[in-house]
Design a protein around this ligand. Structure first.
Ligand SMILES: *Cc1c(COP(=O)(O)O)cnc(C)c1O
Length: 432
């Protein structure tokens, strides 16, 4: 069957966060190149999402394609138990070099961001077990998002998150400090960290680890918080000797204007999770990095081993593409690229600031956010965006752009222009 069977798709295939009985329209993509997606009706869309922060160099990149083809002709997959290979060694050496400021020397490779979070949390648990301590909770902040698996859900926002509505009685109970109020651009007020401080001082002997998204709370509301908040969190983690897990899955690989967002606070994670843009969005891969101290404590403990080992761990295709994606970053002038995108987003989005539908616009690095006054009717606005030739996928009351770093001035201007047009349609907003 050559024709795309969209009826089959609707009746049999789950898409992210979707219903089989009330499926929402899906747009069939048949080709993608650079910043453009091509639909089956030949319509070309400017992609403002880079496939959820991941395709940072644009689609169908010749260097990534070449790296993949080269590796396919050698070995596409082989088990990682008792076997190793060059792509994994090359990638982990690169990651250790990049994270050298934080002395993160030991790498665990897995398949997706959520799994890298599970791995980080298991590392922290085994670390304390090795030291002979039984602890109960993870400490995090409200408004966070760390993935869709159970441990990850248990530290994602308890009030807001779609998960906890369904799984609340099953999830392990963790500690949630108030979300930071002072944003990235405001004057710091140290009271912002009071709730976090109180929780850690009341419960430190039961806290396994702190887990936090650095600077940007993504799915939790696309908020940018003050670097001093993260700095304080780090100071408290040192004071109470509790490992700090930094989730850079969305923010890593230059998105915010730093290679890692935690560099804004000039801090060092004890455990670092990366994913999404790690392979330039070409294949699925994630990594959890930690210090030699934590890795050796786990390894010298009772169990002696770290107890995790995915079937597709260290997949050679994913690793070789990740190496090449990092090469592309390192060969580029990414700092200038991001500063340019940031300036353009700031300039064009500023015209939307006073629109009656807009509560706030904000920009950090290659992230542009339009926070609207009301929740958005996704299906309707999505159709409008596609008709106008752009791919933007809002959630809740947020229309946001996280484009590939190769996006041009003209394309940014068009994306923002179409967002601007959409704001005038009352039908796109709930409780209009
Ligand atoms: C996307 C995301 C995850 C989960 O990654 P998946 O690859 O979707 O499992 C975890 N943390 C953050 C901050 C993310 O943005």
């Amino acid at each position: 069957m050559n024709k795309l069977d969209l009826i089959f798709d609707q009746q049999h295939i789950w898409h992210p966060y979707s219903s089989i009985s009330k499926p929402i329209a899906c747009y069939p993509v048949i080709y993608a190149k650079g910043i453009y997606l091509t639909l089956s009706n030949k319509k070309k869309l400017i992609d403002g999402m880079s496939s959820w922060w991941s395709v940072i160099h644009g689609y169908n990149h010749p260097r990534l394609n070449r790296a993949l083809r080269k590796q396919i002709n050698k070995v596409s997959h082989v088990m990682f138990g008792g076997i190793t290979h060059k792509p994994a060694i090359n990638l982990c050496r690169k990651l250790v070099q990049i994270a050298s400021k934080s002395n993160l020397e030991c790498v665990f490779l897995s398949d997706s961001g959520s799994v890298s979070i599970e791995v980080a949390m298991k590392m922290a648990i085994q670390y304390w077990q090795a030291l002979g301590k039984k602890k109960k909770f993870f400490l995090t902040i409200k408004g966070g998002y760390h993935g869709d698996t159970f441990f990850a859900m248990s530290v994602s926002d308890p009030d807001n998150s779609f998960h906890n509505i369904y799984y609340d009685n099953i999830l392990i109970k963790n500690l949630f400090a108030n979300a930071p109020k002072i944003n990235f651009f405001e004057k710091w007020d140290k009271n912002d960290v009071n709730s976090f401080k109180k929780l850690i001082s009341d419960h430190y002997s039961d806290i396994i680890a702190i887990i936090i998204e650095p600077i940007v709370q993504g799915v939790g509301g696309m908020k940018f918080y003050h670097p001093n908040y993260l700095k304080e969190v780090k100071n408290l983690s040192i004071l109470y000797q509790i490992p700090l897990i930094i989730d850079e899955i969305a923010t890593g690989f230059c998105r915010t204007g730093k290679f890692f967002a935690h560099e804004y606070a000039n801090i060092q994670p004890d455990i670092l999770c990366i994913g999404k843009a790690l392979t330039g969005g070409m294949l699925t891969l994630s990594a959890t990095l930690t210090t030699r101290n934590i890795a050796e404590t786990i390894s010298n403990g009772k169990s002696r081993c770290f107890m995790h080992g995915p079937t597709f761990m260290g997949n050679p295709l994913s690793c070789s593409v990740a190496v090449e994606s990092i090469n592309i970053i390192q060969d580029s002038n990414w700092k200038n690229q991001i500063i340019t995108i940031e300036k353009q987003l700031k300039y064009y989005l500023s015209f939307l600031k006073n629109h009656r539908r807009v509560r706030e616009v904000r920009v950090l690095g290659a992230i542009g956010v339009v926070e609207c006054t009301h929740f958005i009717q996704l299906t309707l606005i999505q159709r409008f965006f596609v008709e106008k030739g752009v791919w933007i996928r809002p959630f809740k009351n947020l229309i946001y752009l996280v484009p590939a770093f190769i996006i041009s001035h003209k394309e940014i201007k068009k994306l923002v222009h179409i967002i601007h047009l959409s704001l005038d349609y009352d039908i796109f907003f709930e409780n209009k």
